[in-house]
Design a protein around this ligand. Structure first.
Ligand code: ARG
Length: 588
């Protein structure tokens, strides 16, 4: 169904035309004076110059032409030339009833579905997930869900970091600890026992130990670099170990992402792109895109309009080794070959912005992508603690994702058992669901590019602009519907009537904006717009709820209409949080 704003605008266009004014002036926006009107058109002011008439005269002419309208109840010309608009209650209820009938809540499927790959998550194998990876997972997941809801083909790729020095470090440390392993024997032929020679906890302990040790001991680091080199050049034992590391790590990562309600369509990794490198490099050389600069192979990516220096994109180091860049470019080659996406979106820490500028420019210049292929960078800011510094554990260490989730769940659990008498295991389960909403909503309600303060106290609160508040509202609606059913009512029946008071109308107007909010949030890659919408909606609902004795209403028609309004409010809220990547419990 058309967006309500478009329907209002259509009326205005007709009126402008009928009054002999250019219809392009008929732009309508949501009112910035909700005390005076619901929508407004400021076109008369803009038109005044062209027609050399007072804006108020033009506004008056247009209002006169609006006359009887199905969509608008009231149109008023107000000095200096505003056109203030109020929507007809009957029309609004029709609009909402249509939403109720549509299992997509009147959000239209795009006429032009795109194949969009989202590169998000980006964890590094064998290193524990930390809160930095949290943002990418949360934002990317939400974007993917929004695109999918609008009918695009979204392909989420976790793009594991499995090809760097960390692999060499782990191998070197393992060799030090367990030199007897078959993988280190010179006559090792490539078969390996199915059992990995370590557990995930060992692995997670090995990497930080090796990394710290290498910083103090250059010869150890040297050895790790050599091991990395050998791994990349086909050492059978190392390759087998790498396989084990990957398997152990991936099954652990999957568990972690599952807890976050994050799923990937592809579990591709940096190493998958390696086979594409030789041909890509040869092609860049042959076409004259790449040249040698102090021994290194580079592609110039600066442009005349640059205001700051954009260094060349390095393809190979002077020793012939490939880099993070090389892998990302080869990954683009692979993605084009396998999926031919219309767009690739990277959800990565904004500190990598310059890097991605280089990679994107290089990919375009060397024609690894088609001219019309979109390459976008959605850079996110840092998640800080209450002290404004990067989020740390109480002891001052890097906060691991698991720890963070555990702490939030604990906090939620305390609040839930404090509040009411619930069974232990019910409270635990609910705490997990609500805890996830606290984390995700806390993150997504901020504009992605901004740094934000992760405030456990605030995020877990049942009041204010928080995930738990939204869930609490949903649960409140569910409980009213439950009671209605117990009284013998059927909340699947009936339709929404025109609003009887301002609170009710405000709730209805808010709901009617859902389709335009979803489209706009996806277009701007801005999940925070979904958050602010569902917050508005939850507030509008709670105001209505406090004003209205729903279940006590004697008039059964009125009561049934409110119940249907509640059903729709619930559906829109639940769809909204679904797009954000979390869900509501039945009770809390
Ligand atoms: N693994 C990287 C990191 O932890 C993030 C990967 C981002 N994606 C990409 N295609 N480079 O910093």
């Amino acid at each position: 169904m058309k967006k309500i704003l478009e329907l209002i605008e259509k009326e205005l266009r007709q009126a402008f035309k009928a009054a002999d004014y250019d219809e392009t002036y008929a732009r309508v926006t949501i009112s910035n004076r909700p005390d005076l009107c619901e929508y407004q058109c400021n076109g008369a002011m803009a038109a005044a110059k062209q027609y050399k008439k007072a804006p108020i005269k033009i506004a008056g002419d247009v209002v006169e032409q609006l006359g009887e309208s199905r969509v608008l109840k009231q149109a008023e010309a107000v000095p200096p030339g505003f056109i203030n608009l109020k929507v007809s209650g009957e029309f609004l209820s029709e609009y909402l009833n249509e939403m109720l009938r549509d299992d997509h809540l009147s959000v239209e499927q795009t006429e032009n579905p795109k194949t969009v790959m989202i590169d998000y998550g980006g964890p590094n194998v064998a290193k524990p997930l930390h809160v930095g990876h949290l943002r990418s997972a949360i934002i990317g997941e939400s974007l993917k869900r929004m695109g999918r809801f609008l009918g695009h083909k979204m392909i989420g790729d976790v793009h594991l970091g499995d090809w760097g020095l960390q692999m060499g470090l782990i191998i070197t440390e393992l060799k030090k600890r367990k030199p007897e392993l078959v993988y280190f024997q010179p006559d090792y032929t490539g078969e390996y026992p199915a059992e990995p020679p370590f557990t995930i906890s060992e692995l997670e302990e090995i990497y930080p130990a090796a990394s710290a040790y290498s910083k103090e001991h250059p010869e150890y680091k040297e050895e790790a670099m050599e091991a990395t080199h050998q791994l990349q050049n086909g050492n059978l034992g190392y390759k087998a170990l790498w396989n084990h590391i990957l398997n152990v790590s991936v099954s652990d990562l999957k568990k972690n992402y599952e807890k976050l309600n994050v799923t990937f369509d592809l579990w591709k990794k940096e190493s998958d792109a390696q086979p594409y490198i030789p041909e890509m490099v040869a092609y860049m050389k042959e076409k004259g895109y790449a040249h040698l600069d102090q021994g290194a192979l580079v592609v110039d990516v600066k442009e005349a309009s640059d205001t700051k220096e954009i260094p060349p994109c390095m393809i190979l180091k002077s020793d012939g080794a490939s880099l993070y860049n090389t892998t990302d470019l080869a990954t683009i080659v692979e993605r084009m070959k396998l999926f031919c996406p219309d767009e690739i979106i990277y959800v990565v820490d904004k500190r990598q912005e310059l890097y991605f500028t280089q990679v994107f420019r290089c990919a375009r210049k060397t024609k690894l992508v088609k001219e019309e292929t979109g390459l976008s960078f959605l850079g996110f800011g840092t998640m800080n603690g209450r002290d404004g510094k990067p989020f740390k554990t109480r002891e001052g260490g890097v906060m691991r994702l698991e720890t963070l989730i555990r702490e939030i769940n604990e906090e939620m659990y305390k609040k839930i058992v404090d509040n009411r008498s619930v069974k232990e295991e019910d409270a635990r389960g609910t705490a997990q669901i609500v805890g996830l909403s606290a984390i995700k909503y806390g993150d997504l309600s901020n504009q992605a590019s901004k740094d934000y303060i992760f405030d456990v106290e605030r995020f877990t609160s049942f009041e204010g602009n928080t995930g738990p508040y939204i869930l609490y509202t949903i649960v409140r609606i569910k409980s009213i519907l439950g009671r209605y059913q117990e009284e013998g009512g059927d909340w699947k029946q009936g339709c929404i009537k025109a609003p009887a008071n301002d609170c009710e109308k405000d709730l209805m107007l808010t709901i009617s904006r859902f389709n335009s909010v979803v489209e706009n949030a996806y277009e701007e890659k801005a999940p925070h717009k979904i958050c602010s919408f569902i917050y508005d909606l939850a507030n509008a609902f709670n105001r209505f709820y406090h004003e209205t004795k729903i279940l006590g209403e004697e008039d059964t028609g009125k009561k049934a209409s409110w119940i249907r309004l509640l059903v729709l409010t619930r559906d829109v809220l639940e769809t909204g949080i679904e797009l954000l990547g979390f869900s509501a419990p039945e009770r809390m």
